[in-house]
Design a protein. Structure first.
Length: 856
RNA sequence: GGGCGAAUAGCUCAGUUGGUUAGAGCAUCCGGUUUACACCCGGAAGGUCGGGGGUUCGAGUCCCUCUUCGCCCA
């Protein structure tokens, strides 16, 4: 006990204490506690294939602040950490890192070693299983780096509760939840127009869309009617061969005579009907448009609502299909089709435009335009729409009733900040299709599904063979379905695996079920689910938050967590979101080693929930200064016997010894701080909790300690009062600061207390501060008079040591009466060598002080 | 075009239910080195609270409108 270092430093605290916490299991979850005693957190699993930037550091700190507060409040905190290693980001990283690509047609090589000198441009094809092994290898390395960073930052997660989104448990949960969705009719497969990324060759869900400006040109093209040409305007003339109708607004008088008739398409000579639909815009272009299968999402709506035929000419590789479709019979049309077959849409467009010019069907020159096109958020070519068979999960996109139910679930959740709820409501109400969950990728969780092959070797999609829940996790690509031998794979009369993997969100949406042990550990599940808190970024409300609500609603008929806390972004000084592609990312390692984890956490805590916060390195210094101040002030308060007669003597913690008015007033004010900080934390407002605590702490150091310094040296009742007030106040303040500055507070705690401060109880006025009440403004009054005395010396440009030879204090009588209770401390701290003169004046605000420094 | 949010000191932000002279930190300038701390302390300067209109005895705060910025969605 009482081992206060001579010169305390911040360096090395992270290494020392994070190791100690791991060793002692400081944050280990005790599952013997009851549901009421447990606070469970649904941590976002960061994408390990990316890199962490300060934005992550900030938002994970926000969660940790709440976790530490709840723990000190006596809750047993269930705080797992996951890694999102599943999905396309990992595939891309593996391709670049090892210089390989997945070719599912290749056989597995047992002792495969990737190229020595990876060349991302010339990727070596490897089997699917080899590819997945490489994925697993790389994510393991990445995950260690991430864990180290989180440990340094001081996240109080229980590292025994670790999960990965590609791990077995995640596979079991994802597959089981999917099978149950199928059983209840919530998951189904459908052959339907699907948004398709031609680069990645995969289907893309609505939530993954990103609308971007894309250059194009309007082409004014003539269709041939009985009474002359009908001009339409299109940005995609290469789709003329896929045209199924011309569409105009029902009230458009120009085209009303044509409704019900047919016109002939240019170049291909296909007869297409002219039909009316209310969503055609009369004042856009010529007011009549061609509907193709499929140029954009509007085409899909028209195709569906007007029951038009499907005339697809674009394949999944984004190229024109090789064989001429049966609806083209015109000789010249077949000739042109032969020319564009197999070409990219870009080339096909050029060829088509040339042909239109030649035939005279192009009116004028194409007019350049910027149009909004849908992109896969990770892709760089506009999405095509192709007809494919995909799995879907109901999410309300096709059911107003389900939408209503999901919006109502949003109401059951407490949102921090509250206005974020409208983002969820908005998203749900704007849904226009169910959730597409199949992806044509490799590193993901496979569908636990096979299909029978008929005598001709054709799959029977209508009667999928589903895996038994007991057999999960299952990899249909390497395991045969029940009742089949693996030799029957791909054989007529045999079976084939569903080749797809589940959307990464189809796993992430189940993080509560994964961590809480759904069906695996019913006791744990009962104690942790529904969870207490989902912390996450506001940018993924439509994806992660929404899909988690969907799964929980479908599976459990309830909400997945009672609170959702949304963190803002850290933006660069120009208020732009940090992103790798913009090159404005700030890497956390350097910041952490330069300023220390406590300083970085302090800065993170200053960003209020939901609010974006610009990154400013200068702010870190302030946090570091606070951490340093905690060390020094604590050292002073706990100083060695010989210096101040203080020590870590437990007797000093006895509130009865506090008798002096100023000490009582300081503690009274501290009681207000405890009340405010606690209320703020209860409302998840860590920023306010820090603000009030920090403000008090600086006043405590700069005013209170300065005022009492002299008296504390004395060996009488006044000295004892000060010493006891010191340690009482320090104990409470360290605990108030512990969530923010876990390292420095733990360090100081270890000088004079047993056990970890992070398992110490949150301050409570009823048990920690039982001293009698004193007007809490006394501290501020005494401080303000002292400040005026110092100011007088500062103005006179004399040393603060200079005695004051004349002091007159003017204030209302009431204020003077209060001030007099602590005047001895003021006089001592201000080096006043005379008795102060008091002037009662009811018209004076606050205090008017006239102080004259003695002539030097 | 729709939804949500933001606009207060050079910068980052507080500012409860309208109520004296709008606050803090950083940066700047001036002064101080008293044995916890120079990774320190004190002081000063710095604002027509985005513009306009309205309600009110009184508006940074409430209402209307406009402008600019951010995020999400069309």
């Amino acid at each position: 006990m009482n081992t206060v270092p001579e010169k305390p430093v911040l360096e090395g605290l992270e290494a020392t204490w994070s190791a100690r916490w791991a060793e002692q299991g400081t944050y280990a979850f005790d599952r013997s506690k009851s549901r009421e005693e447990i606070f469970s957190i649904d941590t976002p699993p960061p994408t390990v294939s990316g890199s962490l930037h300060v934005g992550h550091v900030f938002s994970y700190t926000h969660t940790d602040l709440i976790a530490r507060y709840q723990r000190m409040r006596g809750k047993e905190v269930f705080y797992p950490m996951g890694w999102d290693d599943n999905g396309l980001p990992t595939e891309r990283r593996v391709q670049n890192f090892f210089g390989v690509r997945c070719d599912p047609s290749l056989p597995y090589e047992a002792d495969y070693t990737p190229p020595d000198k990876p060349d991302a441009k010339r990727q070596v094809p490897v089997s699917r299983r080899n590819f997945i092994e490489l994925c697993n290898r790389l994510v393991e390395e990445d995950e260690l780096v991430f864990e180290q960073l989180w440990r340094t930052l001081g996240l109080s997660v229980d590292w025994n509760q670790k999960y990965t989104t590609i791990g077995d448990e995640s596979q079991v949960v994802s597959q089981r939840a999917f099978l149950r969705n199928v059983a209840r009719g919530e998951a189904y497969q459908q052959d339907a127009p699907t948004l398709w990324d031609v680069t990645y060759q995969t289907a893309v869900a609505q939530a993954e869309l990103e609308a971007r400006e894309y250059p194009g040109a309007y082409h004014r093209v003539a269709f041939h009617g009985a009474d002359g040409p009908i001009h339409i305007e299109t940005t995609r003339p290469e789709l003329i061969g896929a045209c199924v109708a011309l569409i105009a607004h029902p009230d458009d008088e120009r085209y009303q005579p044509l409704f019900g008739t047919t016109v002939r398409s240019p170049l291909f000579g296909v007869e297409v009907p002219v039909v009316a639909h209310a969503s055609a815009e009369p004042d856009k272009g010529s007011g009549i448009v061609m509907c193709c299968t499929f140029g954009d999402l509007t085409d899909v709506i028209w195709w569906r609502e007007l029951q038009l035929p499907n005339r697809t000419i674009i394949g999944r590789d984004g190229r024109i299909l090789p064989d001429a479709p049966e609806w083209i019979s015109d000789e010249a049309g077949l000739g042109l089709y032969a020319e564009i077959a197999g070409k990219t849409t870009f080339t096909a467009r050029e060829l088509t435009v040339a042909a239109l010019k030649e035939s005279g069907d192009l009116d004028g020159d194409p007019k350049p335009t910027q149009r909004m096109a849908n992109f896969y958020e990770r892709g760089d070519k506009p999405l095509e729409i192709v007809s494919t068979r995909q799995w879907y999960i109901a999410n309300g996109g096709r059911s107003a009733e389900l939408r209503k139910a999901l919006v109502a679930r949003g109401d059951e959740i407490d949102w921090v900040p509250t206005y974020m709820q409208s983002r969820l409501t908005n998203w749900i109400e704007g849904l226009n299709g169910d959730w597409l969950v199949s992806r044509q990728r490799f590193f993901g969780i496979p569908f636990p599904v096979w299909y029978r092959l008929d005598a001709a070797g054709e799959p029977d999609y209508d009667a999928p063979i589903l895996a038994d829940e007991a057999s999960l996790p299952v990899d249909p690509a390497s395991q045969a379905p029940p009742g089949f031998e693996d030799s029957q794979r791909g054989e007529p009369g045999g079976f084939m695996a569903d080749p797809d993997v589940l959307d990464t969100w189809a796993t992430s949406s189940l993080t509560p079920q994964i961590v809480c042990g759904w069906e695996r550990d019913p006791e744990l599940f009962a104690k942790t689910f529904p969870m207490d808190l989902r912390p996450q970024g506001h940018d993924i409300i439509r994806t992660w938050l929404f899909s988690t609500v969907v799964r929980s609603h479908l599976e459990h008929g309830g909400i997945p967590w009672s609170h959702a806390a949304l963190s803002g972004f850290v933006v660069d000084p120009d208020r732009k979101k940090m992103s790798k592609s913009k090159g404005n990312v700030v890497v956390p390692d350097e910041i952490l080693s330069t300023y220390g984890a406590d300083a970085v956490r302090w800065r993170a805590a200053g960003a209020r929930p939901g609010a974006d916060s610009p990154f400013d390195e200068a702010q870190m210094k302030v946090g570091r200064r606070l951490a340093m101040k905690v060390l020094n002030a604590s050292k002073f308060v706990l100083a060695a016997e010989e210096a101040y007669g203080l020590g870590a003597d437990a007797a000093h913690l006895d509130p009865v010894r506090v008798t002096e008015a100023l000490d009582l007033a300081m503690l009274s004010r501290l009681r207000l701080v405890v009340t405010e900080a606690t209320a703020a934390f209860e409302a998840y407002d860590y920023a306010t909790a820090l603000e009030v605590t920090e403000k008090f702490f600086w006043d405590f150091c700069d005013d209170y300690l300065e005022l009492v310094k002299e008296r504390a040296r004395r060996d009488d009742a006044g000295g004892a009062s000060a010493k006891s007030a010191f340690v009482l106040a320090l104990s409470v303040q360290l605990r108030l600061l512990a969530p923010f500055l876990p390292y420095v507070t733990e360090e100081v705690w270890s000088w004079w207390q047993e056990g970890s401060i992070h398992r110490a109880p949150w301050p409570d006025n009823g048990t920690d501060l039982t001293t009698s009440e004193q007007d809490p403004t006394l501290l501020a009054s005494a401080a303000s008079v002292l400040a005026d005395i110092r100011g007088a010396k500062s103005v006179a440009k004399v040393s603060q040591k200079t005695p004051i030879s004349s002091l007159t204090i003017t204030a209302t009588k009431d204020r003077l009466d209060v001030l007099r209770l602590a005047i001895a401390d003021v006089v001592a701290a201000g080096r006043v060598s005379v008795d102060p003169v008091y002037v009662a004046d009811s018209s004076v605000e606050s205090f008017m002080v006239q102080a004259t420094p003695a002539a030097v």
